[in-house]
Design a protein around this ligand. Sequence first.
Ligand SMILES: *[C@@H]1O[C@H](CO)[C@@H](O)[C@H](O)[C@H]1NC(C)=O
Ligand SMILES: CC(=O)N[C@H]1CO[C@H](CO)[C@@H](O)[C@@H]1O
Length: 247
Amino acid sequence: METFVTVLLFLSLFGLNSSYRKHIYVKDKMDGNDAQEYCRKNYDYLSTVTSQDLQTFCQNSEIKEDFFYCGLQRDVQNSQWKWSDGTPATINEWDVNQGTETGENCVAVKKSNAKLHDFDCNEKLPFYCMLDLELVLENKTWEEALDYCTQNNTGLASLSTSTIMELAVNVATEAQTVNIWTGLRFLVAHWFWVNGGDFGYKAWSEEGELQCPAMNQRCGSLDRDRKVWNPQNCQERLNFFCSHRRK
Ligand SMILES: *[C@@H]1O[C@H](CO)[C@@H](O)[C@H](O)[C@H]1NC(C)=O
Ligand SMILES: CC(=O)N[C@H]1CO[C@H](CO)[C@@H](O)[C@@H]1O
């Protein structure tokens, strides 16, 4: 399916370790489950939003529809509203007489007033996906960085699409080191993303994607200044990116 994606960049700091979130509007209409699957495949989840985000989204002139899905869904086990990443609902911006209809387990935002409406999940609507990236301001070897991300239930980030690369380049301006570890690793005969992700998109530096990098150049970093990936000595101590697992 041909999918048109428009990107709106809202960098928001929501933690100590510089976590950044980007929301992406997808104008293809899908039912609630397919929309969630699409977000999981291409980004992280359907968007978790604040009241402020609702206002900002609704000012997006790309949106021609009256309604679009966000990541709020009813947990059918206990009827509670939760975000599609599993965390409890943190907003309560229901429109009049909304949020109470049983059997309507998905939530869409009404563009004209930025209020929430419960919807039958079979309804096909455009939607917002989100993408998170964490910049960890500690200097670690590649292996130590891998352990840190894993212990935090994420992984060393795969910068495997132009959208996440763009986010990473923006976030990198906050880094303390010029090179920042990514999940790029060379083992046996090829480079791969340790956290998953394919190689359809590439951003290697000129000295870049060596078929056989030197033994001490087999971990990949993002070069903050040149905005490219670099083969690097795994023992160097650098800041690093953690993110959710790519599909
Ligand atoms: C990491 O290394 C950079 C560059 O050497 C340095 O400026 C920064 O203070 C170090 N960060 C920490 C947390 O030690
Ligand atoms: C945000 C978060 O959970 N950070 C933790 C990640 O893991 C390191 C070490 O394993 C902890 O020190 C952080 O608090």
